[in-house]
Each structure stands twice: as structure tokens, then as C-alpha cells.
Design a protein around this ligand. Structure first.
Ligand SMILES: *Cc1c(COP(=O)(O)O)cnc(C)c1O
Length: 386
């Protein structure tokens, strides 16, 4: 893209930033550089690349793209969302403390409690939908507050701006897991976050064909730290999966528009269905944080949870699906439906699930971008079989 006067819009940046035509051939797509090493011209002289754990042109292009979409100053991609969160935690030293959303992604809580506590880090989980809870949990040892909004699967929101203010007043950094909305629907850095994290496996990739994770940062010291961590720990994203993401983000804006439109229609339909006891979706007027969703998000997205009453009812629904796929994960073009109690939140344990409100009758829908009439018809016929 040649120099433009005004900063281009989101969809334009998603297609062009980091994705310039290839200087050698003019190819309009970034090539997949399948190389582990780079020939050097003489001792101490190279073309900017030495070894592929440090840099790879396909991965570098992806980092430029994702950095632009979240409005950060650097981006660092890893082999999965969990690898990105693990890298995030290397900012800390033994004795440091983290405050975290109590309804955080199951794998994040597991990493914190079962792995990182062995290295002297401590974690406090609070309901961050009440910003004052964050202020009360911060201690002199706190280095990081990590939040997820909306949460999985209860769709509870946290006021990013309010929590950022609390963090910064106490000299603590705020990281936001923005996986559920993507930068198209929510821009945490503009609201005050210091670091944004994604499982790119979900909406950013969008096609359910590759794992990945990213940290998007706002300070030079972050860039230095995470570039060094990529080199030292080696959990980097492969060139092929970097390419899949570069391809995926080109359609992020149109996909998210359709996910959001379909999500609204499906949530309204589920709300009106007699077999559905309760719908959790920030786009519904009855959602307790609907006003916050309107203020902090550009749309409501396509993640919806619903209460069907029991494990038997949930399974009757799941078995009757014809179009929707019973599967873990989310954010793909296809409608994906999961049973949090036995799938994503099995590791949380029955007690933990009860505390968070995750019942055996709860189902989570990641509404895809198929024709919405077909999605509604499928969910309707499956609900009728309960
Ligand atoms: C999937 C997910 C993760 C973990 O990402 P992986 O790519 O599966 O390692 C973290 N946070 C959220 C919100 C997720 O949905």
C-alpha cells in the first residue's frame, strides 16, 4: 500500500497492513518462508534474518498486521493461545501476584494454578465485572491484572476503562484476553489496556484450521521482553500457520459483521423458544450489562450461552443437531456448539462450575456465518426434540 493521507479504516488495514506485495516477484500474498536458517553474506553480515526461531518473514508480516488491527506498538505470535499467556507470565518473577477474572478461560486458570504456582507466582480470582473488586484484590506484590470480557461461557462483561484506571493508579499493568470479540468488535488498548492477548485459533483465524496466539503490546519494554522470550522459549508460530492467519484476517471485518448480525438473530430466537430457560448474550436488553456492551463494544458478537435445564436435555439437543457441530472451540465460519460442563470447563471441577453458574444444562453456541435462517431452523428442530 502506498502512503495514504488519512489512517485507513479497519477493513483496509486488515487486507493491507503487513501484507504488501512481495518485493521480489510482485506476488500479492506474503510467501510462506519455509526455512530454518538464512545464508549470510560474510561473518557478521546478513539480510536481517539469522535463524527462524528469532525471525521469519511470514511471521513478521503477521505481527505487523495484528499490531495494526489492535492499535498496539508491537505484536508477538506464539504456537497457541496458551503459549501466548505463558509468555505473558514470564514478565513476572517469583513472589509476584496476579489478579484475574474468576470466570477466565479454563485453560488459563489451569496454567496459573497447576503450573505457575510451582514457580512462586500467586493468583487471586475476583468477579471483575465489579471494578472495585479489582482494586480490593491488588496488593503491593501485584504486577498484572488479567481480564476476559465477555467471559466464557457466562458472557459477563468487565468495564475495561474502569479497570485500567484502577490498575494504572496502582502501577499495575492490565492485560485483556480479547478472543471472544476480535479487534473488529472491541479495542482494549484504546480503552486503556497495556497488553491484548488472543487465541488466534478462534475469530482471527476464523476457519478452524490452525492454532495460534498473540500478545499485542504498547511499550518498548514489552517488545524487548517478548521478542527475547520468543527466542529463548521457542514457542513461536510456524510460517504455514502464520500464512493461514494472514489469509484469515483479510476477511475479518466482513466475517465479524456477519457473525454479529447472525448472533443477534439467533439470540432473539433462542429467547423466544419455550425449551430455552435462559439466554446469556450481551446484545439482549435484559443482559445486566447491556449498556456497557453498547458503550465498550462495536457489536455484540456471536457467542451465546443458553440454559436447557439438565444434562439429559442438553444431550438430546446436541444429538439432534444437523447443521451445528458439537465441538470445542469457537469463532469459525461454521456454527460450533459446546457443552461447557463436560468440555471447556471440565477441569474447573463441579464446585468451581457451581460457583460460576455453569450448570450441566448450559450449552454454548458460537454462531457461524451460514445463512441465519438455516442456523435458526437447525437450532429450532433440535430444541423441539428435547
Ligand atoms: C481458546 C482460548 C484460549 C486458549 O487458546 P489456544 O489457542 O486453545 O491455546 C484462551 N482464551 C480464550 C478466551 C479462548 O477461547
Amino acid at each position: 500500500m502506498k502512503e495514504m493521507k488519512k489512517r485507513p479504516g479497519f477493513a483496509t488495514r486488515a487486507i493491507h497492513d503487513g501484507q504488501a506485495s512481495d518485493a521480489l516477484t510482485g506476488a500479492v500474498n506474503v510467501p510462506i518462508y519455509l526455512t530454518s536458517t538464512y545464508q549470510q553474506e560474510e561473518i557478521g553480515k546478513n539480510k536481517g534474518h539469522e535463524y527462524a526461531r528469532l525471525t521469519n518473514p511470514t511471521r513478521d508480516a503477521l505481527e505487523v498486521s495484528l499490531c495494526s488491527l489492535e492499535g498496539g506498538t508491537s505484536a508477538h505470535v506464539f504456537g497457541s493461545g496458551m503459549a501466548a499467556i505463558t509468555a505473558l507470565c514470564t514478565m513476572m518473577k517469583s513472589g509476584d501476584h496476579v489478579v484475574c477474572s474468576d470466570n477466565v478461560y479454563g485453560g488459563t486458570g489451569r496454567l496459573f494454578d497447576k503450573v505457575l504456582t510451582n514457580y512462586g507466582l500467586t493468583f487471586t480470582y475476583v468477579d471483575t465485572s465489579v471494578a472495585e473488586n479489582v482494586a480490593a484484590a491488588i496488593t503491593p506484590a501485584t504486577k498484572l491484572v488479567h481480564i476476559e470480557t465477555p467471559t466464557n461461557p457466562m458472557m459477563s462483561l468487565t468495564d475495561i476503562g474502569a479497570v485500567a484506571k484502577i490498575c494504572h493508579a496502582k502501577g499495575v499493568e492490565l492485560s485483556v484476553d480479547n478472543t471472544f470479540l476480535s479487534p473488529y468488535l472491541q479495542q482494549p488498548i484504546a480503552l486503556g489496556a497495556d497488553i491484548v492477548m488472543h487465541s488466534t485459533t478462534k475469530f482471527l483465524n476464523g476457519h478452524s484450521d490452525g492454532l495460534g496466539g498473540v500478545l499485542i503490546c504498547t511499550k518498548p519494554e514489552h517488545a524487548e521482553t517478548f521478542r527475547f522470550v520468543q527466542k529463548c522459549t521457542g514457542g513461536i508460530l510456524s510460517p504455514f500457520e502464520s500464512y493461514l492467519l494472514l489469509r484469515g484476517v483479510k476477511t475479518l471485518a466482513v466475517r465479524m459483521k456477519q457473525h454479529d448480525a447472525n448472533g443477534r438473530v439467533v439470540a432473539d430466537f433462542l429467547k423466544s423458544h419455550a425449551k430455552v430457560q435462559r439466554v446469556f448474550y450481551p446484545g439482549l436488553g435484559e443482559h445486566p450489562q447491556h449498556e456497557l456492551a453498547k458503550r465498550q463494544q462495536k457489536g455484540f458478537g456471536s457467542m451465546i450461552s443458553m440454559e436447557l435445564g439438565s444434562l439429559e436435555k442438553a444431550n438430546a439437543f446436541a444429538k439432534a443437531l444437523r447443521l451445528g457441530l458439537l465441538a470445542e472451540s469457537l469463532g469459525g465460519v461454521e456454527t460450533l456448539i459446546c457443552h461447557p460442563a463436560t468440555m471447556t470447563h471440565a477441569a474447573v471441577g463441579a464446585e468451581g462450575r457451581a460457583r460460576l453458574g455453569i450448570t450441566d444444562g448450559l450449552m454454548r453456541v458460537s454462531v457461524g456465518i451460514e445463512d441465519v435462517e438455516d442456523i435458526v431452523a437447525d437450532l429450532g428442530q433440535a430444541l423441539d426434540r428435547i
